[in-house]
Design a protein around this ligand. Structure first.
Ligand code: ACO
Length: 322
């Protein structure tokens, strides 16, 4: 049996920081409201950098940790909803940036905030089937470019960043299972309603903003994430106490707390970065993972539950022996 194991992690946040106090100056909001309802205190903003710029730094850091060179990479799967261009894909651009010649496949996966879990699941299947031996999986976003800075219900929530993991084929257990879901009936609750073949004028006129009915999305997120915890544990015949760390998508501290409660997990065993980073969509899980690996909290051999919920709706999980 071949497994895919995470052998390196990397993350990158752009330099500019926008605090809640900064937002108070031009949005009808308060630091108190944002902290109480979301747990967010600040977010990073990519001023001139693109998703590929952020991804390249995170990817190089993951490669360095794993002791691998770019030319070892035979697959890149990149989750993003904020690609540099329509095409080439951001994964293709990243492959070029890394200087990989005649490489294997490189492509983007678009699953909004679940993008990293979807990308990880795809790459895991390539590795388990023997097609890939060394896969780079990235989540990279410039979400602040999709913000309507007059909409206080959304613009206070999101931030920019990138995270990456290197997956290598191994006989030792690594990714134990992944679980992905989509329910396409909820476009009206969460969308960016400007595209190439629909509402292209919104895109061309700079009005293609992220729109969300936050309260309804919140309820759906808590319910579906609760269900996917059971699905993931059942598939592995594991119980809640077998999980060492919850590494959740970072949308809102209250959603994270609800999932931790479902797992009977104390918040000390949950990796939380939302206060400093906001919701970086597909980048948030690999960024959180990288933070807790580098600060020594997550140790080799521990069992991690990764989970995300996002536009689509999409939701997914991965159970990982690190
Ligand atoms: N500052 C001050 N007041 C605000 C702000 C703000 N930034 N935003 C909203 N309010 C007000 C609203 O206008 C409303 O006022 P009203 O009662 O007078 O009408 C009040 O606060 C309550 O608004 P709610 O939307 O009900 O607030 P809620 O407690 O639900 O919090 C939030 C909103 C933070 C958006 C929450 O619903 C949430 O986190 N939703 C889920 C987000 C998520 O997980 N998205 C999925 C991932 S995103 C992706 O896939 C791209």
């Amino acid at each position: 049996m071949i497994y895919s194991r995470i052998t390196g992690t990397g993350g990158y946040l752009p330099e500019k920081v926008l605090t809640n106090k900064d937002l108070e100056k031009f949005v009808d909001t308060t630091d108190e409201w944002i902290v109480e309802r979301t747990g967010i205190r600040q977010r990073h903003v990519a001023e001139t950098q693109s998703a590929c710029d952020l991804a390249e730094i995170a990817a190089r850091r993951a490669l360095e940790m794993a002791g691998k060179a770019p030319e070892d990479v035979d697959l890149i799967v990149l989750g993003t909803s904020t690609p540099d261009l329509v095409f080439p894909s951001t994964a293709s651009l990243l492959q070029g940036r890394l200087g990989i010649k005649n490489g294997g496949a490189a492509f983007d996966v678009q699953a909004a905030c679940s993008g990293f879990v979807f990308a990880l699941s795809v790459a895991d299947k390539f590795v388990k089937s023997g097609v890939s031996k060394c896969a780079l999986v990235v989540g990279a976003e410039t979400m602040t470019r999709l913000m309507d800075w007059n909409d206080r219900g959304t613009c206070v929530l999101f931030g920019d960043g990138a995270g990456a993991v290197l997956l290598e084929a191994s006989e030792e257990a690594g990714i134990l299972s992944t679980h992905l879901h989509t329910d396409g009936a909820y476009e009206h609750l969460l969308n960016v309603a400007g595209g190439i073949s629909r509402n292209s004028e919104a895109l061309l006129e700079g009005r293609a903003f992220l729109q969300m009915k936050g309260n309804e999305v919140f309820r759906m997120a808590v319910n579906t994430l609760g269900r996917i915890v059971d699905e993931t544990l059942d598939a592995n015949q594991m119980s809640k106490s077998d999980v060492d760390w919850l590494v959740p998508h970072q949308a809102n501290i209250r959603i994270i707390q609800a999932t931790a409660k479902k797992l009977d997990m104390p918040m000390e065993r949950v990796v939380v970065t939302v206060a400093d980073q906001g919701n970086t969509s597909a980048a948030s899980i690999p960024l959180a993972l990288d933070t807790a690996v580098r600060d020594g909290r997550i140790q080799r051999g521990e069992v991690l539950l990764l989970e995300a919920f996002g536009g689509g709706f999409t939701w997914g999980s991965a159970l990982v022996k690190f």
